[in-house]
Design a protein around this ligand. Structure first.
Ligand SMILES: NC(=O)c1ccc[n+]([C@@H]2O[C@H](COP(=O)([O-])OP(=O)(O)OC[C@H]3O[C@@H](n4cnc5c(N)ncnc54)[C@H](O)[C@@H]3O)[C@@H](O)[C@H]2O)c1
Length: 302
């Protein structure tokens, strides 16, 4: 049994991770400001320390801790595009405090970065607000991984799209958005022509990967992709959801209208799963299970 601190443990991925850690006998302290997550999402048995990771006042939550999972972060492409400076600041300031507190205590840390850091193929990321989230995540990767960071053990998980139970609608995530539209009898809104291809990993498979990574020293010290390699287009995802709901229809809406001017759509992005598969990780859930959960949570059992 270990005492583990999970920042962002009241959120979608964090709460599932906390549940898993509790099941494996760990004692868990959640540090979350509830800006997006909710106290109700924190699994019973975990202690919630309500606080902003950017304010080192949460340091007492680390007493007796053996490991930190740092997930707390603003999320959502729309938010990143529209509030660029605020998003970079929030991610970097939180990462700085986590790096400092873990260095002072010699604590291992796992940080959830994002596939967004890959930007748009060869052009990468630039200073436009579209990439604020990616820039913030990359900065924190460096803060933690650099040779002079002084941390004993750092794992960086670059998460690709995660889906499944507990993912809230309203943050712009595609599956809850489609499920919510289907439940409300509205057309499922597809941004652009729907040709963009994505991979979707069930949250419990992501949690498997995070736990396995944290327990594998050989994969510390460099970013590791965490995602699915089953690619499908947004159009195909919409059709798969719509096929489960009688009378559901699709509508194409311009992405610029949703995100604002200058939004750049990523057409394709695939993880390199060799490192994770090399340590025995494999997904155990299907996309259809995530679709079922999203429809059920939207009040639309299929
Ligand atoms: N869900 C995905 O598809 C996905 C993809 C790539 C990366 N990630 C990363 O995984 C992590 C978890 O994402 P999620 O989907 O569960 O998001 P989420 O919004 O559900 O969870 C984030 C949690 O962090 C908390 N939080 C935000 N800012 C905070 C702050 N300053 N101090 C304390 N708490 C704060 C929120 O209240 C929320 O509970 C994040 O780091 C995110 O960037 C997620």
């Amino acid at each position: 049994m270990a005492r583990v601190v999970v920042t962002g443990g009241a959120g979608f991925v964090g709460a599932r991770l906390v549940r898993r850690l509790l099941e494996s006998g760990d004692e868990v302290v959640v540090v979350d400001d509830l800006s997006a997550g909710s106290a109700a999402a924190v699994p019973p048995g975990a202690r919630l320390h309500r606080g902003d990771v950017r304010d080192p006042g949460w340091a007492p939550a680390l007493e007796g801790a053996e490991r930190v999972f740092h997930l707390a972060s603003p999320v959502g492409v729309r938010r990143a595009h529209q509030q660029g400076a605020a998003v970079v600041r929030a991610i970097v300031e939180g990462g700085m405090v986590v790096a400092d507190l873990c260095r002072e205590r010699g604590l291992p840390v796992l940080f959830t970065s994002s596939s967004e850091v890959y930007g748009r193929g060869p052009t990468g990321v630039d200073a436009s607000p579209r990439w604020s989230y990616a820039v913030g995540k990359l900065a924190v990767e460096h803060l933690l991984l650099a040779a002079d960071a002084g941390l004993p053990s750092v794992h960086v998980a670059r998460l690709f799209n995660v889906v499944g139970p507990g993912q809230r609608p309203g943050d712009g995530h595609v599956l809850p958005t489609f499920a919510g539209a289907a439940a409300a009898g509205r057309p499922l809104p597809i941004h652009g022509d729907g040709g963009a291809r994505r991979v979707f990993l069930h949250v419990d498979d992501a949690v498997d990967a995070l736990c396995l990574l944290a327990a594998t020293p050989a994969l510390a010290g460099r970013p590791i992709d965490v995602g699915s390699d089953e690619e499908l287009s947004i159009q195909a995802l919409a059709e798969r959801v719509a096929a489960r709901v009688a009378g559901a229809t699709l509508a194409h809406v311009p992405a610029q209208g949703v995100f604002g001017p200058g939004f750049v759509q990523i057409e394709r992005r695939l993880p390199d799963l060799r490192p994770l598969r090399g340590i025995g990780w494999a997904p155990r859930h299907t996309l259809d299970q995530a679709i079922t959960a999203a429809l059920s949570e939207a009040g639309c059992p299929s």
